[in-house]
Design a protein. Structure first.
Length: 278
């Protein structure tokens, strides 16, 4: 239909086209027009959401999508947190050098070559690699292999030997009620041994369960939401969080969490332990 005086589509035609287009592209249009994101970067904490993840090229990783979620270049974290996706035939290899790595399988299947061993990896598998170790991670299927990696320099202490390699699966680690709360369970993935200067745990909450108090402590955290949703308090601000979100919490950042929704919420997190905070 046209306007006889101008030859242009009549107003009702413009309205119909605009309405149909807006219904089809509301989500994309909102993001494009308003540049919206839930990502927040502060001096003592950060919430980084997947809508803003940007890949980096990292040496040793082939046919892979590498995202650096957290890094010391942020002037805050003293560790690095990576999200690596190995596509079909993808591989990551190298030596840990002076660093240590904790690798957790988010999704998919693969293998990891360690000296003369090549154990299989599946969702929930984890591997801790001490300094000076050669490793090779391979995708074993056509589906993507998605990895979470925590990496940090190992802090040597005189009289303590370096830790050994640890290979395990989260299902082998029993969740313990946190401070007696059956609805908030903690899985401790690495040994309670002073040789380790990092800890990695999984916290799972039933809907409505919370941390029992606002924690304020010297340990910093790197965190990945694995499933579910909730509200995270960081300093004096409250943020909705969902699976895939990344959080950094610096030393002495007040923090608290409550699980929301109808299904359990869980996250895996790193913290520095067993060393004097100089």
């Amino acid at each position: 239909m046209t306007d006889e005086s101008s030859g242009r589509p009549a107003a009702d035609s413009w309205n119909r086209c605009g309405t149909e287009s807006s219904h089809r592209n509301t989500k994309a249009t909102m993001a494009e027009i308003f540049g919206s994101t839930r990502t927040v970067i502060k001096s003592r904490y950060a919430l980084i959401t997947p809508d803003g993840f940007v890949p980096s090229v990292l040496a040793g990783w082939k046919n892979a999508v590498c995202v650096v979620n957290l890094s010391p270049v942020m002037i805050g974290p003293r560790f690095t947190q990576l999200h690596i996706t190995l596509n079909q035939d993808g591989v990551g290899e190298g030596n840990t050098g002076a660093h240590q790595y904790f690798i957790y399988v988010i999704e998919g299947s693969g293998t990891i070559g360690l000296e003369n061993k090549r154990p299989r990896l599946e969702a929930g598998s984890f591997v801790y690699l001490p300094p000076g170790k050669d490793m090779q991670v391979k995708n074993a299927s056509a589906a993507p292999l998605k990895l979470l990696i925590f990496q940090k320099p190992y802090e040597v202490v005189k009289g303590l030997r370096a830790p050994d390699t640890v290979i395990g699966h989260e299902r082998e680690v029993k969740g313990q009620p946190f401070l007696g709360n059956q609805d908030a369970r903690l899985q401790v993935l690495l040994p309670d041994d002073a040789a380790f200067d990092m800890a990695v745990n999984i916290f799972t909450y039933q809907p409505g369960a919370t941390l029992p108090f606002v924690e304020t402590h010297v340990m910093e955290h790197g965190l990945l939401m694995l499933k579910g949703q909730g509200i995270y308090r960081l300093e004096n601000d409250y943020y909705p969080v969902i699976a895939g979100d990344v959080i950094w919490m610096g030393s002495f950042c007040p923090q608290w969490f409550v699980a929301m929704g109808k299904t359990p919420a869980s996250y895996i997190y790193y913290k520095d332990v067993n060393r004097e905070p100089m």
